[in-house]
Design a protein around this ligand. Sequence first.
Ligand code: SF4
Length: 370
Amino acid sequence: MPIWNPWHGCRKISPGCANCYVYRRDESIGKDASVVSKTGDYSLPLKKNRQGEYKLNAEGGIVFACMTSDFFLEDADDWRLGCWDMIRERKDLEFHIITKRIDRFEQCVPPDWGDGWEHVTICSTCENQDRTDYRLPILLALPIKHREIISEPLLGEINMERYLATGLIEHVTCGGESGPQARPCDFRWIQEIRRQCIRCRVPFTFKQTGALFIKDGKAYHIDRKDQIPQARKSGYSYFPGAGMADAISYKLPERNDLIERLHRSEFRSRFHLSDQDRSYVSEKGIETIRRHAQDIVAKRLLAENPDHDGKQTPMKGHPVFIAQHATACCCRGCLEKWYHIPAGKELTSEEQSYVVDVLMDWIVRECATA
Ligand code: SF4
């Protein structure tokens, strides 16, 4: 996952900040994380390699901005406009900005922000009920094209259903806290948010257990290396364990609705087949290309946790690869976001067929408009 840190250092502002990993990491090397400074990567989105290609390219997937600070931090007010200029220029990328300072948003956006930029997602963190009830009404009222909620570290039970019911939240991510001072994360809190998401049809990811995970009243100390894999393997994002009463299902999106949403994405709608790709399709025939698509989906997307997820689909080399980027079937993360197919489980044959049909629809349409 590509990360762009234009500045480093932050100021604690919220209960979720108490054991901030930026502070923890900086302390371990004798650095003061409250000193905020521009990094050498400030201009990363515009940097190019010797071949004249952008160093930050769409192949890596979503670009997470400002992960060792907060994009809307007061200390960075003089530097932010330059970042917006770069974000505006790189419409070929998808930027995700995670913030605890959504209340500073309006004074921090550029003059041409309008009703939001299609390639920018704003993620507001909500670690407890108090911060949820403060930040989400603000998030919902702002002109933003894509909104997400991150409840990590989750510090207590949260009822966010009335905000989810607006239909304006695209995704919720939950997880526990890591580090030696980690506060407990109770599995009941995760389940409760998941139920709210399911009722409102909002995709939900259980990202990590945290270091101190409570399940059925029992505390588990989980090694850092196991926190994300255990959450993924659990399938708790969407699927309960055996014997649980509240069985949860999800539905593949309605095809026309999916195509409409893809069409609205500036990032996705930029992908097109080249003349060479079209000739290849015509030479091989559509049935052969379909077999290739089946093969590619089975080899690169089928597994519950494919190797190098997020990087398994090249940007060129086969028409199916291009179709995968255009239709958001490029990795399990995108399948979860766009198709609501949870990561951390094998694709069923129905899901594989659905994905292959979407890919082939797109390829056929591309060839027809040549
Ligand atoms: S806002 Fe984020 S980066 Fe800043 S102190 Fe809080 S947790 Fe750390």
